[in-house]
Design a protein around this ligand. Structure first.
Ligand SMILES: Cc1cc2nc3c(=O)[nH]c(=O)nc-3n(C[C@H](O)[C@H](O)[C@H](O)COP(=O)(O)OP(=O)(O)OC[C@H]3O[C@@H](n4cnc5c(N)ncnc54)[C@H](O)[C@@H]3O)c2cc1C
Length: 592
């Protein structure tokens, strides 16, 4: 497996890999990573679908990428996936996955046309004082000292950030800025999370800095991502006769490990008809999604809270990883990520409006008609003075293909599930759906005497607790996550958010898909480049533009600096006079 960029290899069709007709594949999990692996096995590996088996513990596919109507409680989507034009693997694959909406069109076409015709942006990024504009006004509001801390993190080598927390690098000048408000609510970072991950995010999305305050950097699918992404992939795979096994809990994998090579020898799983085992030869490729950000996630309802269940059991992603990791140090260190759910949990709640009484309050904030079928909030709206640190969003409606006309389905989330609310004097995790809705309505500015009735009669709200949702942001070091294909592996690979691949950022759909592609390309030795992570961090134009944006448009010489620093800068500026460098600095407005 090797990386590439540009068009030369992007459009080439690889020839059939050697011996692929003698190989089979077993894939643990049916999340995006696994489905991507299966699609690449079919498309580029040219493996027959009948030889590919997907073992999923849940009754439906998709894992974290959800959006489902549960007959007992209502619509649930645990999140809405903010996406990017430079999800290189995603678009490499989705150009060949047929849409399930429009005949003859790919998922990529559908997404591109939608976002081109109706680009995303927000008129109101944050509110305070019960629905008032918090007037972040598109500014990052970073002091010179805060900008320096961010710059320092950007250039700190990874190894100096191992096991460090964000608060080891940033002080209150960063943490109290608009920048941090935008950042932590958009990406779900907590102050105690990994400084290394923070740096990787900064580098990965440097080209988007200017678009962060109003979300013009983002793109979204038409419906929830289960319907817009998972279902088309499932249809594609089924049309190639891939075998899906649901309610199938993989409990353990046995390996044969020597100095020279590592071979997966046996897969043990529990299904409705008891414990079973699949013997594996070197021609049986095994792809394992280990760990999991929505493991142990639990659903409440309008009138019941979602339970905070943290116990890890056999047949789940974490227990499986622990058993596998016991075999060899190359298989990672799951304890680093799953041992403290108090530091990795948060909650979301799906709100379905049942009549039009709540709509004016939404409209008042997002400044758009939520029923127009177009962008509504344009990304999350953060309630700056909420003790749960609530953010909420309504994407284009309907979000579900079955959604009744007139209803709106949106999503609320809080980063601090253990703090008491401002109106409902309970922690978020103690609240029923109705109570979470009440707290949200309070922050929308609904008169206090109307809140309870609206939450009860005009909405149905389903809370979800996710104890391990940000487990991947735990401070870590190299080796804590196994490589996608560990050294010496002959027939197995790790997939998803807890497999190690360079430069990309976890908690993204792209990361999971990338591991799927890299795993297949490595194990089948496919003769085509995997698209490298978008290289904006190496593009001087993006670096200059982001410096200008992060400092809210400051010129270089307006930055606070010592006499000698100013002298040095002035000398450099004189030296580059009349060169392309001067033109570049002017083009990006860093000098007059
Ligand atoms: C609330 C939320 C918000 C998000 N926001 C964004 C966003 O804004 N932008 C973005 O790009 N991404 C976002 N993501 C992340 C993205 O959705 C996930 O990274 C991605 O879907 C994970 O896919 P995966 O295949 O790696 O893992 P998963 O989806 O977790 O899939 C793993 C699968 O394996 C199964 N499994 C685990 N153990 C076993 C076992 N022992 N036996 C059998 N099956 C097993 C699980 O049931 C699951 O189906 C968000 C996710 C959530 C939950």
């Amino acid at each position: 497996m090797y990386y590439g960029s540009g068009n030369y290899e992007a459009f080439v069709r690889p020839r059939k890999p050697k011996d692929v007709d003698n190989k089979s594949a077993y894939i643990v999990g049916s999340g995006l990573a696994s489905l991507t692996a299966a699609c690449y096995l079919v498309r580029d590996g040219q493996m027959k679908g009948e030889r590919i088996h997907v073992l999923e513990k849940d009754p439906i596919p998709g894992g974290a990428c959800d959006g489902y109507e549960y007959k007992s409680v209502g619509y649930v989507m645990r999140g809405g996936r903010e996406m990017d034009n430079h999800f290189e693997v995603m678009w490499d694959l989705m150009r060949d996955i047929p849409s399930i909406e429009t005949e003859g069109v790919s998922v990529l076409d559908e997404y591109y046309w939608l976002n081109r015709d109706d680009p995303n942006f927000s008129y109101m990024r944050a509110t305070e004082k019960r629905g008032q504009d918090a007037h972040t006004d598109g500014k990052f509001a970073l002091s010179d000292n805060a900008s320096k801390q961010i710059m320092k993190l950007f250039f700190t080598p990874d190894e100096d950030l191992y096991d460090k927390k964000i608060t080891d690098l940033f002080d209150d000048e960063v943490l109290n800025s608009n920048f941090w408000l935008y950042w932590r609510t958009m990406f779900a970072f907590e102050n105690w999370h990994s400084a290394l991950e923070m740096k990787l995010y900064l580098k990965r999305y440097i080209h988007h800095v200017e678009g962060l305050p109003d979300f013009k950097a983002l793109r979204f699918t038409k419906y929830n991502q289960y319907e817009s992404m998972i279902l088309p992939m499932i249809e594609y795979l089924k049309s190639h006769n891939v075998n899906f096994m649901y309610d199938c809990h993989v409990v353990d994998v046995k390996f044969d490990i020597s100095d020279a090579k590592k071979v997966a020898k046996e897969l043990i799983y529990n299904s409705t008809d008891g414990e079973k085992s699949i013997p594996l030869t070197e021609n049986d490729l095994l792809f394992i999604t280990h760990g999991g950000c929505v493991e142990n996630s639990s659903m409440g309802s309008q009138n019941t809270p979602a339970e905070f269940k943290t116990e890890l059991k056999a047949g789940g992603g974490w227990d499986l990883w622990k058993r596998i990791a016991a075999n060899h140090k190359d298989f990672g260190n799951p304890e680093k990520f799953c041992s403290n759910p108090e530091l990795s949990n948060w909650m979301s709640a799906t709100v379905t409006t049942l009549d039009d009484k709540i709509t004016p309050y939404i409209k008042n904030i997002c400044k758009r008609d939520p029923h127009s079928g177009k962008v509504v909030t344009g990304g999350i709206v953060t309630v700056k003075d909420s003790s749960w640190l609530l953010s909420w969003t309504f994407n284009r409606q309907p979000q579900f293909r079955s959604q009744p006309k007139g209803q709106l389905v949106g999503w609320v989330y809080g980063l601090f599930s253990d703090k008491k609310g401002d109106f409902v004097k309970k922690t978020m995790r103690e609240c029923t759906g109705k109570e979470i809705c009440m707290e949200w309505l309070y922050h929308l500015g609904v008169p206090e005497n109307e809140i309870e009735e609206l939450a009860e009669k005009s909405a149905n709200t389903v809370p979800v607790m996710m104890p391990y949702i940000t487990a991947f942001f735990s401070p870590r070091r190299i080796g804590d996550r196994p490589l996608v294909v560990p050294k010496g592996s002959v027939n197995f690979a790790f997939l998803g958010q807890f497999a190690e691949t360079p430069r990309d950022t976890i908690f993204t759909t792209e990361y999971s898909m990338r591991t799927g592609m890299e795993a297949v390309y490595t194990l089948l030795d496919i003769e085509r480049a995997v698209p490298e992570v978008w290289g904006s961090t190496y593009d001087v134009r993006d670096l200059l533009h982001s410096s200008y944006a992060l400092t809210d448009g400051k010129k270089l010489l307006d930055t606070k600096m010592s006499f000698f620093q100013r002298l040095a800068l002035s000398t450099v500026l004189k030296k580059i006079k009349g060169t392309d460098l001067e033109k570049l600095l002017r083009r990006y407005k860093l000098i007059d």
